[in-house]
Design a protein around this ligand. Structure first.
Ligand code: NAI
Length: 524
């Protein structure tokens, strides 16, 4: 069924052509960036804000950014001048009535349902019925916003990321009522503006904010349980996990209260699902007013004299002269190759025996202490690394009751491979393996719920969060079976639903169908 107020008549079935005007309402951080993108793409772009000063500031900021681009030879002076000349300030919303051929209004006002609904109602009374209305909301439901509109089918989410001119991803969000043609136009318009759009159905957190949750909440949980400190957890996720920044430093940059608000929204929106349970350590620092960089203190201190703290690193002992490998030891195989020490191969359940009697195992989500009790010998579990051929730091946990001196040889062994060893307390799934498994599970769950297709899920996470792999492809690299085993062991150890594996992940673990493959049956 088509949109009944003129889509076919206006012929707007693909992207908006540049003869069509665009209007951006709300010229704060996001609105100014979005207006710059639209103007740079060739549209006459009108900007309006309830606060006239914001319009002036936005125009000045955009001009300044364009000048910087010119100074860096990324833009010709004529192009910068053309973009600037396409930006037209309005003194009030009512002036939109006189804008010729306004095909798209994007609102980027405050994140408040009542304010946005009121604005959308006003807009419907002003612009032509064929004009698409888009919202840059990062957390509100498109369906809920559309519910009070006369033509809710014309509302679509266009979720740009900050800073909008630099970030390539746009989540194009369709609510229950959104006309598929409108979604398609928003998608191709974003692509024409040089962005990479992904289509997502309106669900809490869309793709990115939802799948990224465990990166923060699980790291906070590890700190809450005093498995390690923020500096060390950040270092492990960077140096071993391949993430650009660790969760503590990143949330200090985002603002702790901003990050916490997203978690709280998701937690309540998903019926207080344990997967989204917020963190007490984050609540504490928010209550203390330690909001991150902007307040001079978060998990880290940002004063001149502040020191960051050191990453826990074991002093390496002597490298063992040889080791015995029993069965498939996963990533430990590549690490052993890097050491060059002699390896004796035999059958077994996937462990490395050191001459000192200790056993090394890649974590499968069980406590080192539980595995040691089963095997009747001391066990050191080893974390997962993004790339065992190049990793420079890895964490290990020793079973309770074992002589800590056993770890000297483990650190000696890793040092021979050029790897620094960090000891963390015994915890199921350690740091990187646990967090990555939960991210993979979230991505599988988003696919399971038909929120987006597999390719868009992986693209979104790589573009918006800079993850070293798309989470579904990453899950395939680790192996769906290993991921499920890790999660099952975590769930058994904690007795916590937070670690339940999504049914689609289980299916893929059973069949070997890649996680990055779409579901065989898609229900709209
Ligand atoms: P902001 O506070 O920087 O800007 C909001 C602007 O809207 C202000 O200039 C304000 O005067 C204006 N405004 C408020 N109510 C208005 C109304 N009724 N009519 C006209 N103007 C009005 O906020 P920001 O950060 O730019 O966020 C805007 C939207 O973008 C929100 O929905 C937010 O959730 C979303 N968003 C924000 C991101 C960010 O990192 N800041 C990232 C992605 C989305």
């Amino acid at each position: 069924m088509g949109f009944d107020v003129g889509w076919s008549e206006t012929g707007r079935r693909s992207s908006l052509d540049t003869s069509t005007s665009v209007c951006v309402v709300g010229c704060g951080t996001m609105g100014a960036g979005i207006a710059e993108i639209a103007a740079a793409a060739g549209h006459t772009t009108y900007i309006v804000d309830q606060d006239a000063q914001r319009v002036a500031t936005a125009l000045a900021n955009i001009r300044e950014r364009l000048a910087r681009q010119v100074a860096k030879d990324r833009l010709l002076p004529a192009q910068a001048a053309e973009t600037a000349s396409r930006l037209r300030p309005l003194t009030g919303l009512a002036e939109l009535r006189y804008v010729p051929d306004c095909g798209l209004v994007i609102e980027a006002i405050a994140e408040d349902v009542t304010a946005k609904r009121q604005l959308l109602a006003e807009l419907e009374g002003i612009v032509d019925p064929s004009c698409i209305l888009a919202t840059n909301t990062s957390s509100l439901s498109i369906t809920e916003l559309a519910a009070t509109m006369v033509h809710g089918r014309r509302l679509v989410g266009m979720h740009f990321f900050n800073p909008a001119p630099a970030m390539r991803l746009v989540e194009v969000v369709s609510g229950l009522e959104t006309d598929p043609t409108v979604t398609q136009i928003a998608r191709s318009t974003a692509a024409q503006w040089g962005k990479t759009p992904v289509v997502v159905s309106s669900t809490p957190g869309f793709i990115v904010n939802r799948i990224a949750r465990p990166f923060y909440t699980e790291a906070f949980r590890l700190y809450e349980e005093r498995v390690s400190d923020p500096v060390t957890i950040d270092a492990l996720l960077r140096e071993s996990g391949g993430f650009r920044m660790g969760p503590f430093e990143l949330t200090d940059l985002i603002g702790q209260e901003v990050n916490q608000a997203v978690t709280l929204t998701l937690w309540s929106a998903y019926g207080y699902d344990a997967r989204y349970r917020p963190s007490l350590v984050q609540q504490d620092i928010v209550q203390a007013g330690w909001l991150g960089r902007k307040s001079g203190r978060g998990f880290y201190a940002y004063s001149e004299e502040a020191t960051t703290g050191t990453v826990a690193t074991l002093a390496p002992g002597r490298c063992p002269a040889h080791v015995t490998v029993r069965g498939d030891v996963g990533q430990l195989r590549s690490i052993l190759e890097r050491t060059g020490i002699p390896v004796q191969e035999t059958h077994g359940e996937g462990l490395v025996e050191l001459p000192n009697g200790a056993v090394l195992m890649t974590t499968d989500g069980a406590l080192a202490t539980a595995t040691a009790s089963r095997l009747g010998r001391p066990v050191a579990t080893v974390d997962y690394a993004l790339d065992p051929h190049t990793v420079t730091r890895i964490d290990v946990a020793l079973s309770d009751g074992a002589d800590p001196g056993l770890l000297d040889d483990v650190a000696g062994l890793f040092a021979a491979a050029g790897i620094a060893t960090t000891r963390v307390d015994d915890t199921p799934g350690l740091v990187v393996a646990r967090i990555v498994a939960l991210i993979v599970d979230q991505a599988a769950d988003a696919l399971w719920h038909g929120i987006a297709n597999a390719e868009d899920i992986d693209t979104a996470m790589q573009l918006a969060t800079n993850y070293p792999r798309g989470p579904l492809a990453w899950g395939d690299e680790i192996g769906p079976e290993q991921t499920v085993r890790l999660l099952d062991n975590l769930r058994d150890t904690y007795g916590d639903d937070r670690y339940r594996a999504c049914p689609l992940l289980r299916r893929r673990a059973l069949t070997g169908v890649p996680l990055a493959a779409d579901r065989p049956v898609r229900v709209a």
